[in-house]
Design a protein around this ligand. Structure first.
Ligand SMILES: Nc1ncnc2c1ncn2[C@@H]1O[C@H](COP(=O)(O)OP(=O)(O)OP(=O)(O)O)[C@@H](O)[C@H]1O
Length: 211
């Protein structure tokens, strides 16, 4: 694990900014389900409401009342969606029911162009896909103190069936194994004591000089 406090202001931005505009690098946050990603992310967004952003996903489902194109989703049809898949335009995509959903590389760049740090909360397969793009993000992995403690947290959350818990634990073992690959993540934070994990998390996500 990289020691805390080693990040310099320049690490947070793309080099060669045009005309001095700063293009913040996205942050990829991954880690097994139940490790505490939402807990830490919610805290980050509450404390720094204007600094971060999320990419707008594509979907083939019809917009619902009150939803705006480009804000809630980029609404598209199956043909255009599949064309973008073939062009390698998506970091990840999946089908839910009869609809397709995906996160495009461009949608992530749009967030950086708007001056915000795009947060990508994705799974291992998504991490591998991001590595094939030119997004140049910073990779953060959240690790549970042990698989046993992860299991306890999943159970105490009371949101999953036994089958879902077993699936999440099996997936967690794969993620933990992959995270051992040298160079895959810029930092690994073990979410044991929440306050300590929060300090390391905040330090990774926000430059020290930031207000
Ligand atoms: N350091 C910690 N110590 C003890 N419990 C924790 C800690 N961090 C988070 N938790 C608890 O663990 C449970 C899982 O956390 P959370 O829902 O944030 O995980 P997640 O990684 O976002 O999961 P998913 O990917 O499934 O959305 C929650 O009940 C949360 O309150």
């Amino acid at each position: 694990m990289a020691p805390i406090g080693t990040y310099h202001f320049a690490d947070f931005f793309e080099p060669n900014n045009q005309a001095g505009t700063e293009r913040p690098r996205p942050i990829v946050i991954s880690g097994p389900s139940g490790v505490g990603k939402s807990t830490l992310l919610n805290r980050l967004l509450a404390q720094y409401p204007d600094r971060f952003g999320f990419s707008v996903s594509h979907t083939t489902r019809a917009p619902r009342a009150g939803e705006e194109h480009g804000k809630h989703y980029h609404y598209t049809d199956k043909e255009a969606f599949m064309k973008l898949v073939e062009e390698g335009g998506f970091i990840e995509h999946a089908q839910f029911g009869s609809n397709l959903y995906g996160t495009s590389v461009k949608a992530v760049k749009d967030v950086a162009d708007a001056g915000r740090v795009c947060i990508l909360d994705i799974e291992m397969e998504g991490v591998k896909q991001v590595k094939k793009t030119d997004l140049n993000p910073r990779f953060l992995f959240l690790q549970p103190p042990s698989v046993e403690i992860l299991e306890q947290r999943l159970r105490s959350r009371e949101t999953d069936t036994e089958e879902a818990i077993q699936q999440r634990l099996a997936q967690a073992r794969h993620e933990l194994e992959y995270a051992k690959t040298p160079g895959v993540h810029d930092q690994i934070i073990v979410n044991d004591d929440l306050e300590k994990a929060w300090e390391a998390f905040r330090e990774f996500c926000v430059p020290e000089e930031a207000p």
